[in-house]
Design a protein around this ligand. Structure first.
Ligand code: ZN
Length: 323
C-alpha cells in the first residue's frame, strides 16, 4: 500500500550549502530559497544555528531569514544544535517583521551511534538527549513544530550495525519530549531496501503510529532521510513507501552529504525523487520543471556539474500531446 501523496522537505539550503567547500554568497542563497519556495514545495529547511566558527558556510543564518520573501504556506525550518542555537534563532523570530514568521519549525538532531555522535557534536547520546529535551520543550512553548532527526539510523561508518531497538528507543524519547516528527537518517548511505522496509514496519509499531498519521491530528510523523552514497537512495525510498512512509527529505541537485567517507555523494536529489513519485502516480504538489530550474540555477552558482539524474535527462516525456 503506497501512500497516494507524500510530503517532501527540501533540505538543500541547509544540508547542501553547509557541505560545500565554499561559502555561497547570501544574495545567491536568498535567490535560490525564494525560487525553491515557488515550486510548490510545502517544506523547506533554510539554514542552521550551528556555531558560525564550526560551520562558516551558514554563518549568515540571521541575514538569510531576515531577507527571504517566502509565501506563508511554505513551512520554513531551521536546524538547531543546542539551547544556545535555539536562543539565537528565537531572537531572529522575535525581531522579525513581515507577513509571516521568520520560520515555523525547528529540526534537532543527534546520532544513534555513540562514536558518530561524539565525533559530530562531542557529546554522548545521553548528553545530547538531555540537551535536546530542553530545546524541544522550549521550542514547544514558542509554538514551533519540532522534528528530531536521528542520523546513522541504518548503520554507522565507525560502529557498523546500529540496532533498530536503540534507534527506536531514542525516537520514543524524542517524541515524548515533544518532537511531532521523527526523521531517520541514512547519513552515510549504508541502508538497503530490505532493511528499510523492515525498519519502518518496526518503527510504526514501536512509536504507536500508523502510516498516514499526521502531527496535525496528534500523531507522530515518520520521515525518511536517505543519502545516495551507494546509489541506493531511491530504492530505499520505494521500500519506505511500501512500509507506509509518506514524508521524505531530499536535496535539490543532490547537494549535501557527509564528509565520511571522503568524496561521498549527498542526499537523494529532490528532482529525482519527485520524478519517480509522479511517474508512480504519487502526488507531491511540486512542479518538477520549476524544481529542475532551481537545480540548474544552483549548478550555475556552484560552477560544477551536479549528480542529479533528472537534471541531466529532464523529466520523462510521454509525448501525450502528440498522441
Ligand atoms: Zn542529509
Amino acid at each position: 500500500m503506497i501512500p497516494p501523496r507524500v510530503d517532501i522537505r527540501e533540505v538543500g539550503p541547509r544540508d547542501g550549502f553547509q557541505n560545500e567547500p565554499e561559502t555561497i554568497p547570501t544574495e545567491r542563497k536568498v535567490e535560490l530559497i525564494e525560487m525553491l519556495a515557488r515550486t510548490g514545495l510545502a517544506r523547506l529547511e533554510v539554514t542552521s544555528f550551528v556555531r558560525p566558527d564550526v560551520i562558516p558556510q551558514l554563518a549568515d543564518a540571521e541575514q538569510v531569514l531576515t531577507v527571504i520573501n517566502v509565501p506563508a504556506d511554505v513551512s520554513l525550518s531551521v536546524l538547531i544544535p543546542n539551547e544556545r542555537g535555539l536562543e539565537r534563532a528565537l531572537v531572529v523570530r522575535e525581531a522579525h517583521a513581515g507577513p509571516r514568521p521568520a520560520f515555523d519549525e525547528v529540526n534537532v538532531f543527534l546520532s544513534a551511534s555513540e562514536t558518530h555522535n561524539r565525533k559530530n557534536v562531542n557529546r554522548s547520546i545521553e548528553e545530547s538527549l538531555a540537551s535536546l529535551e530542553h530545546v524541544l520543550a522550549r521550542a514547544g512553548e514558542e509554538g514551533l513544530r519540532c522534528e528530531a532527526v536521528i542520523s546513522t539510523s541504518f548503520g554507522c561508518p565507525y560502529e557498523g550495525h546500529v540496532p533498530p531497538e536503540r534507534v527506536l528507543a531514542i525516537a520514543r524519547r524524542l517524541h515524548g519530549a515533544g518532537a511531532q516528527e521523527i526523521g531517520f537518517g541514512d547519513t552515510t548511505g549504508m541502508a538497503n531496501p530490505a532493511q528499510v522496509e523492515a525498519f519502518f514496519d518496526q518503527a510504526f509499531e514501536s512509536l504507536g503510529a500508523s502510516p498516514g498519521d499526521s502531527p496535525d491530528k496528534g500523531g507522530v510523523q515518520l520521515t525518511a532521510h536517505f543519502h545516495n552514497t551507494r546509489g541506493q537512495g531511491l530504492a530505499n525510498v520505494l521500500a519506505a513507501l511500501q512500509a507506509g512512509v509518506a514524508s521524505f527529505e531530499s536535496s535539490f541537485g543532490e547537494l549535501g552529504g557527509c564528509p565520511v567517507p571522503p568524496g561521498a555523494t549527498g542526499n537523494i536529489a529532490s528532482e529525482d525523487l519527485v520524478s519517480m513519485l509522479h511517474e508512480m502516480g504519487v502526488s507531491t504538489g511540486i512542479d518538477l520543471d520549476a524544481l529542475i530550474e532551481c537545480a540548474r540555477r544552483v549548478q550555475k552558482v556552484l560552477g560544477r556539474p551536479l549528480g542529479s539524474h533528472t537534471l541531466v535527462a529532464g523529466p520523462v516525456d510521454w509525448r501525450d500531446a502528440n498522441g
